[in-house]
Design a protein around this ligand. Sequence first.
Ligand code: ADP
Ligand code: ADP
Ligand code: ZN
Ligand code: ZN
Length: 864
Amino acid sequence: MTQSPDGDAAAPDPMIRVRDASEHNLRHVDVAIPRDRIVAFTGVSGSGKSSLAFATIFASSQQRYLESVAPYARRLIDQGPAPRVGDITGLPPAVALRQQHSAGSTRSTVGTVSRVSNVLRMLYSRAGTYPVGRGPGDLAGTFPRDAAPLDSDAFSPNTAAGACPTCHGLGRLHRVDESLLVGDPDLSIRDGAIAAWPFGWARKNYRDILGVLGIDVDVPFRTLPKKQREWLLTTEEHPTVTVYPDRGEGYEGSYEGTYTSPRSWVLHAFATTKSAAMRARAAAFLTDDRCPACDGRRLNPEALAVTVGGQDITVTNAMPLSQLAAFLDGVPAHPDTALLPAERRQAAQALTDGLRGQVRTLIDVGLGYLALGRTTSTLSAGELQRLHLATQMRSGLFGVLYVLDEPSAGLHPADTEMLLAALRRLRRAGNSVFVVEHNPQVIATADWIVDLGPGAGRFGGEVLYNGKADGIGSADRSATARYLRPGAAVAPHPEAPREPRGRLRLEGVTGHNLRDLAVSFPLGTLTAVTGVSGSGKSTLVERALAETVRRHLRIEPSGDDEDETAEIGPGAAGPTEPSAGDAVWSLDDDVVTVAAADGLDAVNRLVRVDQKPIGRTPRSNLATYTGLFDSVRALFAAQPEAKKRRFTAGRFSFNVPAGRCPRCLGDGVVSIEMLFLPTATAPCPVCEGARYNPDTLTVRVAGKTIADVLEMTVDDAAVFLADLTPANRILRLLSDIGLGYLTLGQSATTLSGGEAQRIKLVSELHRAPRGHTLYLLDEPTSGLHPADIDLLVARLQHLVDAGNTVVVVEHDLRTIAAADWLVDLGPGAGDDGGRLVAEGPPKVLASAPGTGSLTVSHLRKVLT
Ligand code: ADP
Ligand code: ADP
Ligand code: ZN
Ligand code: ZN
């Protein structure tokens, strides 16, 4: 530390110094990391990057911050475990930007999260052009030029002031389709003519009431007078009559029964039921149409009549941000603006200036293809993270430590350049930027690298390199260093690209930004679908291809994977959940159509392997998900002690009351609700995390309880369960794919997307081969170190060698280079994309002269 000449303050230490960090697998790590730099934390999955960057450094900062601002928080925080670290000095206040898959509520949109929507509504309110004679407060007469404009709330469909009065701001109308209410008009009401009634007692009740009301329930429905038919089907009245139910001889009871027409029942059930099954049953009698009053635009006519730069707010909300920026540039000089009174013109100038800055920041992190009205629930984790990043960048804070989790995930190499530029701006503004990263492109441009390893779990947790980025080559135990050297470029692949065994061809693919696209996927090969973010890859693979094959195989979007069902109608919220905040503006029916498909017959199974969590409760984990826990439980139930106590395999499930801890109900943790803070969890005070009650834990296999087995890593369990055939096979597959470090009981909620995806792949792999399967994977390499990518790609190549077809949406150049075939979409994002830019074997494309493909030009660097 240096002393200034006049003996004043010492120059501040420019380093964050961490001493004795031992969170998770960290091995008493001492490390000094510079502030005001871009620092990459590298290492294989499970080596301890997040444990150091998030669980130690970020968590310590957050804890200190909360303690300093809110004395009462200390008491609450103390209940959560403090990071296991000796000491940290030089720590700035920190903001974490993690990748989250779940955070999708239908309420939030790109516009609300970035807060652009607020300003945009103000622009329409204050600087909009209001039609003469249709201004607020004077609908009939002439609109005085300086009349009070609509409040900015009136431009939100989620406020009473703004919502279309016909559809209440939903943009859609649910109407009962009366032709469906009657199932079979040849039947009598008693025999079940009316389809749209509940079953059981209620149905009998309605029938008896109709009898009392003088309607013949024993003749074919179609023979009833038209007036009666119409009344009983659609009335909104609820007549109450005394019913003497026909319950046989000697029964004298009566009750007051109230009638509900099938139409009323359907509407009521749809709007109020909490049962998904009931709701689905009611929905079957409804049609769901675009609201004719607002044409699906959700706003009332007054708001829709207001324009800025010649367009209403719904049009502005539906524009890709890159177009929106150009539109805003033109607003101050637009002829309509010129006609406004002076102070409104000034407002237009000031508000568009602000908006352009906000929108520019979003474009700078590579989100220019999104529209403000896009719901965040339809964004990928990476897009959501970048949206939050851009919003943070607008905050103008400095001296902050930003900790980011793989910000390049989901980004094409060309988009990554933009992201890096944004991170550099954040650094230049006086902030520290820590990224947990695998992408060589990002690692190579970081100022500093902290590399962890050498392996995962207890084979990791050491700092192998801590220094300037260009020195990493000297770290010879580091797997990262190996992949940063030139020459180790391509992931595992066959000698020569495989010959396709036929082609699956789609024609006339239309939806989102794809227009009449024709494309082929060679069968029996590994195909990579590439292109910048927003070019249309997911639309092509997850929608067009998946839906076509699913239809061909007659698979309903399966109920066992709720994500598959959810994908069918994003944004189709029913009237019971009117979204508050802002929501989908361009409620265009989200359909992707395929005009013709060929080559489908060769495929007899479809498997999608995505990064969504394998479970949402602490009670699911890799052992339960892969099924290996079943054989472990059977093993415990077969022990003499278990037999003596009559414990069945079920007893060893923490989902069954008999065996589990009564306090935490088998979760092993209890949650602590904290006012104003996210819910925290702590180990269960009764079982101390064991999940089971003491009786269950008396049963041991080779000295280990079932709770001990759940604490084992995959690699340890493979040794312990060497003789348990089905479980052992799964354990070996998990280890082969790089997951040997995970513990069997680690809860599904703490697994990363990359871990979840590989667990899904393993459960798929251990099943017997079943014909020709088409595997669709969305960015399988995201979150993986190059060494782990090699393990994963090797498995994918095995699947292809076994006669299957694998299609991956990918950005990782080493993986793309290992594919047999490339389908590259682009050239740009949104409306500038959606076209087939290049197709063919990667090597052939890379050696051919300019295809205009950004992917191919980046690929060239890897392949040549
Ligand atoms: P990386 O970020 O390098 O992939 P992590 O820091 O997430 O690695 O994990 C390092 C080790 O700590 C792994 O063995 C992992 O299973 C373990 N681990 C991670 N999170 C937790 C947790 N919440 N509880 C217990 N162990 C954890
Ligand atoms: P990629 O997978 O290449 O990133 P996508 O297929 O997700 O691209 O997106 C292609 C285009 O379609 C983008 O302009 C995107 O904003 C738009 N898009 C994607 N999903 C939806 C959706 N659910 N509703 C409306 N537009 C969408
Ligand atoms: Zn409407
Ligand atoms: Zn417990």
